[in-house]
Design a protein around this ligand. Structure first.
Ligand code: HEM
Ligand SMILES: *[C@@H]1O[C@H](CO)[C@@H](O)[C@H](O)[C@H]1NC(C)=O
Ligand SMILES: *[C@@H]1O[C@H](CO)[C@@H](O)[C@H](O)[C@H]1NC(C)=O
Length: 508
């Protein structure tokens, strides 16, 4: 059944029931505390019929009407949509501890053993321990640094292939090329191997990402679950079985290899680290040693990392490249910076990156207009609380609409729609969630622990592509003709691939 037929059926059904609902609610809702304003929900489906294919845009428009703290019903799930920096600060800083929960999503129960990873674990001692462990052992500054040789090698081979295209006067599918290089880098970092050797696990990973990003109707309208209208339940069972077999194989290989191959590989991948800590307590100070690292933890964390890093990093780079080819003035500015800092007789090194301040302004501006996780990852409240005069009951879902925040005219002035990196010139807005005007990685307790890894990869790839090449749109397309349509899913990528024509610009 197509999603539009489904939606239609639901609306019909909802309308039928609404009389019954109105009748009942008149008696029940007399002395309730003040909840945030929002559109009137139909029974059963709530406001789902208003959300459409691009929910971040639909909720942005609703928030313009109802305000920065708004209630909507997603099926039977009471949801608070947060759409301004001031409001986001209330939820992610002032009352961070209350809103640091995650909703229970069925998909993640299957994929991460209920859940044993970081991303979907409920707020509490287990999550705290595993997150600390994750940050300390897997994404610490020194660990991120240790993967520099992998990035260098893979980005060089990207440049090589683009250079061939440039010599042949060919157009490059930048979306595909970037997707590929991120996959290779991240799978070497995580599993110590690339996507194309031995087992072809790419289709499997893609299936997992699609399922994880799918909008599971049954999560919102539970009585539909047994019907499995979208076929998701079947898919998730099959994919999680395949995935766990595959991850078992990888762990086996790492265990067998032990230290034998250490000399051949210039770095230690995530699975090496995790395997070396198998059967040890996550928290050494924990006397009862209640959380011991086992295989399920390792596999759950692998799922987390794949889901959290592939799409996000690729999408973020893809949008930045799109804005750069669309804005020749900005591209030129970046290349002038690269000429000054790096010079045309060599490629960009990671040690150059911290000097590229205009590049960082460009990346911020791209995140402002194209946050790759427009709703962050949903939060859930863990107790009843009153925020800004509104009562928010325990177990409400919290959606922070960063897409909407990036377009707020009150914050970004009248040219909010325009791509203007210079707006970050004289302020201290950083990536890390200290200033709530820009929070592409979230903020507070649940903020992204992989930010440095993601940013370093982004900076290197973007800098290298614009240092080594000039880019123009194919077939004489004008900058303002480039299609910038979005596609909503696990992240918010371009709906259509970005194509551009490279010209090599280094000496030698
Ligand atoms: C440009 C790349 C990336 C972006 C834009 C990004 C963005 C985000 C966002 C918005 C969140 C949710 C924050 C919230 O719910 O408040 C998040 C969470 C998370 N990210 Fe990232 N991320 C990126 C790369 C990575 C990488 C490379 C890793 C690790 C390998 C990673 C690991 C995680 C984890 C484990 C969480 C869950 C944290 C928790 O629930 O406690 N991310 N990320
Ligand atoms: C969708 O949600 C329902 C109910 O929450 C659940 O039983 C089902 O397994 C979910 N499907 C997927 C693919 O997560
Ligand atoms: C909120 O709900 C959760 C789950 O139902 C429950 O465990 C918790 O005790 C509740 N918190 C408060 C403060 O009532």
């Amino acid at each position: 059944m197509s999603s539009s037929t489904l939606a239609l059926l639901l609306i019909l059904f909802g309308t039928l029931c609404s009389f019954f609902y109105l009748f009942r609610s008149r008696n029940r809702h007399k002395n309730v505390r003040k909840t945030p304003p929002g559109p009137f929900p139909l029974p059963i489906i709530g406001n789902l019929h208003m959300i459409g294919k691009l929910p971040h845009q639909a909720l942005h428009h609703l928030a313009e009407r109802y305000g920065p703290i708004m209630s909507v019903m997603l099926g039977h799930v009471p949801t608070i949509v947060v759409s301004s920096p001031e409001a986001a600060e209330l939820f992610l800083k002032t009352h961070d501890a209350v809103f640091a929960g995650r909703p229970k999503l069925q998909t993640s129960e299957y994929l991460t053993y209920g859940p044993k990873g970081v991303v979907f674990s409920e707020y509490g001692p287990y999550w705290r321990t595993v997150r600390k462990w994750f940050s300390l052992h897997l994404v610490s500054a020194s660990r991120v640094e240790s993967f520099a040789p992998v990035r260098k090698q893979e980005v060089a081979s990207l440049v090589e292939s683009v250079r061939k295209a440039a010599e042949g006067g060919k157009t490059v599918d930048l979306s595909r090329q970037v997707g590929k290089v991120i996959e290779v880098i991240m799978s070497r970092v995580i599993f110590g191997r690339s996507m194309d050797d031995q087992i072809d696990f790419k289709p499997l990973i893609e299936e997992v990402m699609n399922i994880a990003g799918a909008f599971n109707l049954s999560d919102f309208v539970p009585f539909l679950a047994p019907l499995d209208l979208q076929g998701l339940a079947r898919r998730v069972k099959r994919a999680s079985k395949d995935l766990h077999e595959f991850f078992d194989k990888i762990i086996d290989q790492h265990e067998q290899q032990g230290t034998k191959h250490k000399e051949q590989k210039p770095y230690t991948d995530f699975v090496d680290v995790m395997v070396s800590l198998l059967d040890t307590p996550m928290n050494p100070k924990d006397k009862e040693q209640s959380s011991i690292i086992d295989r399920r933890n390792i596999k759950a964390i692998m799922v987390d990392m794949v889901a959290a890093s592939f799409d996000t990093t690729t999408t973020a780079i893809e949008w930045t490249l799109s804005e750069l080819v669309r804005h020749p003035r900005v591209m030129l500015g970046l290349q002038q910076e690269l000429d000054r800092v790096v010079g045309r007789n060599r490629m960009v090194e990671e040690s150059d990156l911290q000097k590229l301040t205009y590049l960082d302004m460009i990346i911020k501006e791209s995140f402002r207009l194209h946050p790759v996780a427009p709703f962050l990852i949903p939060h859930e409240s863990t107790e009843d609380i009153t925020v800004d005069g509104y009562f928010i009951p325990n177990k409400s879902r919290i959606i922070v609409n960063t897409w909407s925040m990036g377009r707020d005219h009150k914050v970004w002035s009248d040219d909010a729609e325009e791509f203007l990196p210079e707006r970050f010139e004289d302020n201290k807005i950083d990536f890390g969630g200290h200033d709530f005007r820009l929070i592409p990685f979230g903020a507070g307790r649940r903020g992204c622990p992989g930010m440095q890894l993601g940013l370093t990869t982004m900076r290197l790839i973007i800098a290298q592509l614009f240092h080594c090449f000039d880019w123009e749109l194919p077939d004489g397309m004008l900058p303002n003709e480039l299609d910038m349509t979005e596609k909503f899913g696990l992240s918010l990528p371009r709906a259509n691939h970005l194509f551009a024509k490279p010209t090599y610009r280094l000496v030698g």
